[in-house]
Write a protein that binds this ligand. Structure first.
Ligand SMILES: [Zn+2]
Length: 210
C-alpha cells in the first residue's frame, strides 16, 4: 500500500488542480479554494484513520479536534460566555485528540470498514452537514466541501489498490482488493453501524444544489 507521503502528496496535488479548475469555472470564490485543497488532502489520508500509531491517525484526529473546537465556538457564540465557550472548545479538543483517538484505535482494525465506499459516503455526508450547520456555509459550498473530502478518500483507495499490483513480478499482492470495496462485508456489525450513522445524518444535509 502507499505510504503517508504519497497519499498526502497526490491528494494535495489533485486538490490544487480541482480548486483552480472550480475557480476558473466560477463554481466557488477565491476564499473557498484553500479549503478545497486542504479537504482533498485530508480525505487523502482519512482512510488510514484506523492505522495504529500512523502519521495519518495523529494528523486526522488533530484536525477533527480543531474542527470540533471551532464548531463549538461558532455554535455557542450567543448562548455561552466567552469563558464557558473556551472551556467547552478546549475540552472537546483534548477529548477528541487524546481520549476518543485512543478508544477509536482500540476498537477498529486497519483496512477494514474505513477503506470502503460506504465510509466515503459517511464522511462526505458528515462534512456537508458540519459545513452547512456549524460553519454556516451555503449549500453549494457545503456540498463542495463534502465532495472534496470524498474525492481525497477515493484517491487514497485507488492508490492503495495500485500499490497492490507488483509490476515487476507482474502479479497481484495479497492486499489487492482490500482497499476499494463497497463495504466491509467481513464485519457486518461495523458495517451496519456505519450505514446507520450515514443514514441518520442524511435528514440534516442541505439539498443538492447543482
Ligand atoms: Zn490505506
Amino acid at each position: 500500500m502507499a505510504n503517508f507521503t504519497t497519499h498526502i502528496g497526490v491528494a494535495a496535488s489533485a486538490g490544487a488542480v480541482i480548486a483552480a479548475s472550480g475557480l476558473s469555472a466560477q463554481l466557488w470564490p477565491l476564499t473557498q479554494a484553500p479549503a478545497i485543497v486542504l479537504l482533498v488532502a485530508l480525505g487523502g489520508i482519512m482512510p488510514d484513520i484506523d492505522a495504529d500509531k500512523s502519521h495519518s491517525t495523529r494528523l486526522i484526529f488533530t484536525v477533527l479536534a480543531i474542527t470540533a473546537a471551532l464548531a463549538a465556538l461558532a455554535l455557542t457564540q450567543t448562548s455561552l460566555s466567552w469563558l464557558g465557550a473556551t472551556c467547552l472548545a478546549l475540552g472537546l479538543y483534548v477529548g477528541i485528540r487524546d481520549v476518543f483517538a485512543v478508544v477509536f484505535r482500540a476498537l477498529t482494525r486497519h483496512r477494514a470498514s474505513w477503506h470502503s465506499l460506504l465510509a466515503i459516503a459517511g464522511v462526505m455526508f458528515s462534512t456537508v452537514t458540519i459545513s452547512f450547520r456549524c460553519f454556516g456555509q451555503p449549500a453549494r459550498l457545503a456540498w463542495s466541501d463534502g465532495l472534496a473530502v470524498a474525492l481525497g478518500m477515493l484517491i487514497h483507495l485507488l492508490l492503495d489498490e495500485c500499490f497492490s499490483i507488483d509490476l515487476e513480478g507482474a502479479r497481484l499482492k495479497r492486499s489487492f482488493g482490500t482497499a476499494l470495496k463497497l463495504f466491509d462485508y467481513r464485519r457486518p456489525y461495523a458495517t451496519a453501524l456505519m450505514a446507520s450513522a450515514t443514514m441518520l445524518i442524511m435528514p440534516w444535509m442541505p439539498r443538492w444544489p447543482f
